[in-house]
Design a binder for this molecule. Structure first.
Ligand SMILES: Nc1ncnc2c1ncn2[C@@H]1O[C@H](COP(=O)(O)OP(=O)(O)O)[C@@H](O)[C@H]1O
Ligand SMILES: O=C(CO)[C@@H](O)[C@H](O)COP(=O)(O)O
Length: 498
């Protein structure tokens, strides 16, 4: 049976799954850490990819692979294929003023008009996360670097290009050299740049020019949903394999995807499904036939990895809020969950508004977190633990409300991402959302989606009409709705005071 690999080059780590292309059965997996920080030298992603591939038993027998990845990160390359500066990641908020400037400019000074104009043009009102705002920041703050930009890529584009054997001139791990025109991406990740319109499938050079001041830069070619963008270089993927039999001539590289589109494909989401992901980012997402244009900015109208739209509400404060709680309370994951479940719903009035890294939804890049309702009786470790978890989940529940306000139907809710494994998150989420929640089998759903895409690419190479393989997702547990309105009522009363 041919094997396929899916890669998730996420904020905190690189994860690789190797699966049977036909059945989807997991064969092997591996992972490696990324460094902390909101600006990172992409070389770390390359190193982590190789470490994760080795941990997954190598990729020599893999017939196709795809890369899913953290969205929006700005990877700038010079004419020699060298990374010009550390990549600014999706959670780097320094370009918030640039976002506001671009909004004002498109609205001729009228913010509301500008916000709607961006939503109409590219599906999203600009916030600091989006790549285009980082390019404006570069132009204004590092003009020498901006002048050297010959190509702009996203994390998954850059890693796919490196796997294909391209890279900086003179680098022995990049035998094909700096061929910038060989960069490729997919519509889901392109749709998060701010200079690509998923509704037409076209880049918007006019918008790019507003940010960078020029358009003579290479943007990755947007390949179709199940089209191979390149072939992996044998020095990276090991010996070349034939994509139909598993023995012969080249490991195909699929278009890849933004991580949320990857998860959507991995979960097999269709309209009516909602995924709530609690990783570094908190994401509430839904697949829809057509993207909306939410001028309020709460919902990003991106593309998914199959040809649909993917609507997202994204928070900056998710799993790391729980990491912060563990630090404050000096406990491990289990200890935090045990503490939180000792306090009652609503934590007797102790409420954390969790803007520990500023916030993106709502757009408050300079906000800080605030604890409300501290009294003697709530100055306990269990109250604090629960308040951190409730506050983080309330931010996501606001996101689900914003999706509903855009007309999204909610038929099935699935909870994924690292922090979804917390027993306290699993208990408290049905209280905050007031809905039944499915917990899929523990897994790497972004990497799984990438692997499923790779299997699709493989199938299409044999039969151009082939559809995505019908891999199934198992919902391991369904948690009953357990609404505790007090949690969101308390949160709603203080959220905007922070
Ligand atoms: N049992 C757990 N309880 C709470 N948080 C957890 C648990 N397991 C992992 N995490 C957290 O999940 C995060 C990593 O999740 P992941 O979805 O891999 O993130 P990303 O895709 O952003 O790299 C880390 O912040 C980690 O501390
Ligand atoms: O900015 C977004 C989506 O718009 C984030 O979802 C990033 O794509 C990072 O994802 P994780 O690494 O947290 O999974």
């Amino acid at each position: 049976m041919p094997l396929v690999a899916g890669v998730d080059t996420s904020t905190q780590s690189c994860k690789i799954v190797v699966r049977d292309a036909e059945t989807g059965a997991l064969v092997r997996s591996g992972s490696a850490k990324h460094p902390d920080g909101t600006e990172v030298d992409p070389q770390h992603w390359w190193d982590a990819f190789q470490e994760a591939a080795a941990a997954a038993g190598g990729l020599a027998d893999v017939a196709a692979l795809s890369v899913g990845g953290q969205q929006h990160g700005m990877v700038t390359l010079d004419a020699d294929g060298r990374v010009i500066r550390d990549a600014l990641l999706w959670n780097d908020t320094r370009s918030a003023p640039s976002a506001e400037a671009l909004i004002a400019e498109l609205g001729d000074g009228n913010r509301a008009a500008g916000a709607q104009a961006w939503a109409d043009a590219v599906g999203s009102v600009l916030v600091a996360s989006l790549t285009i705002t980082k390019l404006r920041w570069l132009r204004d703050n590092e003009p020498e670097n901006a002048a050297r930009v010959a190509a702009v890529a996203l994390p998954h584009d850059w890693l796919s290009w490196r796997i294909a054997g391209y890279g900086p001139a003179g680098d022995p791990t990049a035998p094909l050299g700096p061929q910038l025109d060989k960069l490729f991406t997919d519509r889901s990740d392109a749709s998060g740049t701010g200079y690509y319109d998923a509704s037409t499938g076209l880049y918007r050079p006019d918008l790019l020019e507003r940010a960078l001041g020029r358009v003579d830069v290479v943007l990755p070619r947007v390949v179709d949903v199940a089209e191979a963008g390149a072939v992996a270089h044998p020095t990276v993927a090991g010996s070349a394999v034939d994509h139909s039999t598993g023995s012969g001539s080249g490991c195909l590289i699929g278009p890849g995807a933004g991580d949320n589109a990857g998860a959507s494909l991995g979960l097999g989401m269709t309209p009516g499904d909602i995924a709530i992901s609690i990783g570094t980012s908190g994401v509430v997402s839904a697949v829809a036939p057509k993207r909306t244009a939410d001028g309020s900015g709460a919902i990003n109208g991106f593309a998914d990895a199959t040809g649909n739209a993917l609507m997202l509400a994204v928070t900056l404060n998710a799993a790391r809020v729980l990491d912060a709680a563990r630090e404050v309370l000096d406990v491990d994951f289990d200890g935090l969950a045990e503490l939180a479940l000792q306090a009652p719903p609503g934590s007797d009035g102790l409420v954390l508004v969790p803007y520990l890294e500023g916030e993106r939804t709502p757009n408050r890049p300079d906000a800080t977190g605030t604890l409300h309702g501290i009294r003697l009786a709530t100055s306990t470790r269990p109250h604090l633990a629960r308040a951190y978890i409730e506050g983080m989940l309330c931010g996501l529940a606001d996101g689900l409300d914003a999706l509903r306000a855009q007309g999204v139907s909610v038929e099935r809710v699935m909870l994924i991402g690292g922090a979804a494994q917390s027993p306290a998150v699993q208990r408290i989420a049905p209280q905050v959302f007031g809905l039944p929640i499915g917990i899929p089998e523990p897994g790497e759903y972004v990497a799984d989606g990438a692997a499923r895409q790779a299997a699709w690419v493989l199938a299409v190479a044999d039969d151009p009409d082939a559809g995505a393989p019908a891999w199934s997702t198992t919902i391991a547990t369904t948690l009953d709705a357990d609404p505790k309105p007090v949690i969101r009522e308390q949160y709603g009363a203080v959220r905007d005071l922070s």
